[in-house]
Write a protein that binds this ligand. Structure first.
Ligand SMILES: NC(=O)C1=CN([C@@H]2O[C@H](COP(=O)(O)OP(=O)(O)OC[C@H]3O[C@@H](n4cnc5c(N)ncnc54)[C@H](OP(=O)(O)O)[C@@H]3O)[C@@H](O)[C@H]2O)C=CC1
Ligand SMILES: O=C(O)C1=N[C@H](C(=O)O)C[C@H](O)C1
Length: 265
């Protein structure tokens, strides 16, 4: 499968180039960066530390997608929306790892998924997607007198909050409780907040250093507390998941899919 990597010089982009180079079922067809990026013209494999792959980083998505079977995109919301429209025109697979997407962005992705096969997840790792299943089950099992709080920590360069993973885990908890996350989520607390409202799902965000991604889902009851935790130690886990998603999506009917679909969870 011939794949394009969007944001190929980024933290995840380099991991994706590495993961594609290591996968027998995939080849790197093109590598994209923004116009004006200092990475333009560099060999994507050399930049990612896997040796020259003969693919120079370029800035023209239309040209890059011409002969592609799929595109893997861990970039920014605006770029992802643009790439989704192009992937829909080309009727190819679009794997989306980008987080921080607005409701309007998500609507545009849904429209693109009428023609593109989109796999989107706030976290492409096996561990987090298994964790989401556990969170749903625990939330469904424990009564509403157990409070749910989600805590995440990421590196100092992360630009969106709460993380895509925290929101994915929040959705899993809300689904377990058969409520809409948008009705119960509390993303900020400051000053005289009053007592916690029963049924709320709270989010707390920490940023610092080089933390790849830590997530805790805390179920706090009267006199006891249950915590489910995932710690990502290497970005390679997300890249391996994304390449697996692209290969899984090849030849699938256009639509919006998740990592749970890919992993059969
Ligand atoms: N779903 C998952 O499993 C995971 C998701 N993520 C998400 O992936 C996204 C990227 O994260 P990360 O790699 O850390 O961020 P980076 O900022 O390191 O990478 C993003 C890259 O996209 C580039 N870019 C910007 N504009 C364009 C454009 N027009 N065309 C092509 N490339 C462009 C950036 O270039 P420049 O810096 O020059 O602007 C940068 O190199 C985030 O939303 C993050 O939350 C991250 C890890 C796992
Ligand atoms: O920006 C990151 O780094 C990460 N982003 C994703 C998120 O928002 O949850 C996944 C992972 O935790 C790393």
């Amino acid at each position: 499968m011939r794949l394009v990597v969007v944001g190929a010089a980024g933290r995840m982009g380099q991991m994706l180039v590495k993961a594609i180079a290591a996968n027998e079922g995939a080849t790197l067809g093109a590598a994209l960066e923004r116009p004006g990026s200092p990475a333009l013209g560099r060999d994507a494999g050399e930049l990612a530390g896997v040796g020259a792959l003969g693919v120079k980083i370029a800035d023209d998505p239309l040209h890059a997608l011409l002969d592609a079977d799929g595109v893997i995109d861990f970039s920014t919301p605006a770029v992802t929306v643009e790439i989704a429209a192009l992937a829909a025109q080309a009727r190819i697979v679009h794997v989306i790892g980008t987080t921080g997407l607005s409701a309007d962005d998500l609507q545009k992705l849904d429209a693109a998924a009428r023609h593109a096969t989109i796999v989107r997840s706030g976290n492409m790792s096996l561990g987090v997607n298994l964790l989401a299943g556990l969170v749903k089950k625990v939330a469904a099992t424990l009564g509403a007198d157990w409070d749910i709080e989600i805590l995440e920590m990421h590196h100092r360069m992360k630009v969106d909050a709460p993380s895509g993973t925290a929101l994915l885990l929040g959705e899993a908890a809300a689904t377990g409780r058969e409520v809409a996350l948008s009705d119960v989520s509390v993303r900020e607390r400051n000053g005289h907040t009053g007592a916690r409202k029963a049924g709320d799902i709270g989010f707390a965000t920490l940023r610092g250093g080089t933390v790849v991604g830590d997530h805790s889902v805390i179920f706090a009851g009267a006199g006891e507390r249950l915590e489910l935790v995932h710690r990502a130690e290497d970005r390679g886990i997300f890249a391996i998941g994304a390449v697996r998603a692209a290969l899984w999506g090849h030849g699938k009917t256009p639509g919006m899919y998740s990592m749970a679909d890919v992993l059969g969870l």
